[in-house]
Design a protein around this ligand. Structure first.
Ligand code: AMP
Ligand code: GLY
Length: 426
């Protein structure tokens, strides 16, 4: 069969790598793809936001399955467009994708259906928001309600900071239309984990829990990024907690969406905080996380195409999904300066030397081909992933591999996996 992957980041490279291992797949296309994906796929120059172009390509090439990586095209209705034409697509409808695209909607849904999360209030008027913030106090989290490329959550430790955040979102419109509504959310205390659930709208299968490292600095300091690394399985999510999350969070959310006339098919990503009173949701995403994909998919033994087909046909309950019982770690190699301003165009060396055997995978996130060499072309440049017997082995292997890759101003965090490793020590 022919598969089209929509997207151009590390997550989509991981999809391309995983799907290329399916014996059922004869041809893979990527729109627009990246130089790493070009090793598995034919890259076609169609942007993820060009819905007409994507539909025309899938029809013209008779694509059997289109896999959508990022949230924007889903929130813009790509899956609806494909399904209306009888084209098979992996990813939720526009209405269902509101679980990520409208945080106010997601929180209202959770409260209405008793899904554990935090208290919240939504504002459009800055004066009203300021008054409420003064009464509420700090710490508190203020979020642009819409899609803000993962940068729309402002964790505020003082009331002054929160008042400034109100201005940034509602007055200065730093996040554009995503900040039309401002969501104030209770600050939840505890360790964070990412839950990846495949769902066909009725049944949910959660694969290995993972943990992202959102901040730029070691020891989880400094501003938030798209994610500086990840590992799986995250030991903070015990097997018993995994059951609780499936039964109290993931299944009820899928059923709530169905009850509201928004049946959900695809990957439902839950961002949860393991609080003293149990797991609580801080956000849902309508797609796989990045860089969580880079550690979750390598630990999936079952053919991903079989899973996607079962999701689309509503037969997930009949499919047995097998996981690798080892561990995976991904360390992101970024351009110095990121998440602020950074330079690009630096030649990257050591890519081939780093990928030894089946256990080290270098996923491209922000690279380009120029004059015969691979150069940096984004903030997050590469995701170096290693699979090992346990977290420690996978961490060591990932750092060994990253040591072989070089480019000017390269930056990476040296403490990916620290929470799991500290847990082992204690
Ligand atoms: P989000 O964009 O919603 O994933 O938020 C980005 C980051 O902000 C999360 O990974 C958390 O570290 C933090 N965060 C978001 N919401 C909360 C919350 N309610 N309580 C504590 N931290 C939060
Ligand atoms: N790594 C978090 C996200 O993809 O939103």
């Amino acid at each position: 069969m022919k598969v089209l992957i929509v997207g151009k980041g590390g997550r989509e490279h991981t999809f391309a790598w995983k799907i290329s291992r399916s014996p059922r797949v004869s041809r893979i296309y990527a729109a627009p793809g990246n130089p790493g994906m070009a090793g598995h796929a034919t890259c076609v120059d169609i942007d993820v936001d060009d819905l007409d172009g994507l539909v025309a390509f899938a029809q013209g090439e008779r694509i059997d399955l289109t896999v959508v990586g990022p949230e924007d095209p889903l929130a813009n209705g790509l899956a609806d467009r494909f399904e209306a034409l009888g084209l098979r697509v992996f990813g939720p409808s526009q209405e269902a994708a509101q679980i990520e695209a409208d945080k106010d909607f997601a929180l209202r849904l959770m409260h209405k259906h008793g899904i554990p999360t935090g208290e919240f209030r939504t504002f459009t008027d800055p004066d009203e928001a300021r008054g409420f913030v003064r009464d509420w106090g700090a710490p508190v989290v203020l979020k642009a309600s819409g899609l803000a490329a993962g940068k729309g959550a402002l964790v505020c430790h003082t009331v002054d900071e929160a008042l400034r955040a109100v201005d940034r979102v509602l007055v200065d419109r730093e996040f554009g239309d995503a900040g039309e509504k401002l969501v104030l959310m209770e600050y939840l205390e505890g360790e964070e984990a990412s839950i990846t659930g495949f769902t066909d709208g009725k049944h949910v299968v959660c694969v290995v829990p993972s943990q992202d490292h959102k901040t730029i600095g070691e020891g989880d300091t400094g501003p938030n990024t798209g994610g500086m690394g990840a590992y799986a399985p995250a030991p903070v999510v015990t097997p018993q907690m995994q059951r609780v999350i499936l039964e109290r969070v993931m299944l009820p959310t899928v059923h709530a969406l169905a009850a509201e006339g928004r049946p959900y098919k695809g990957i439902l990503y839950g961002g949860l905080i393991m609080t003293e009173s149990g797991p609580r949701v801080i956000e849902f995403n309508c797609r796989l996380g990045d860089p969580e994909a880079q550690v979750v998919l390598p630990l999936l033994k079952t053919d991903l195409v079989d899973i996607m087909e079962a999701v689309s046909e509503g037969t997930l309950k009949d499919l047995e999904i097998e996981l690798d019982d080892r561990a995976a770690t991904c360390v992101v190699l970024a351009s110095g300066g990121y998440p602020g301003a950074y330079q690009t165009g630096f030649a990257i060396s050591g890519l081939d030397e780093a990928e030894t055997g089946d256990d080290v995978l270098v996923f491209h996130a922000g690279t380009a081909r120029r004059g015969g060499s691979t150069v940096t072309d984004g903030g997050r440049v590469l995701g170096v992933t290693a699979v090992g017997e346990d977290i420690e082995a996978s961490v060591n292997l990932a750092y060994e591999a990253i040591g072989k890759i070089q480019f000017e101003n390269a930056y990476f965090r040296k403490d990916i996996g620290h929470q799991a490793l500290n847990r082992q020590e204690t």
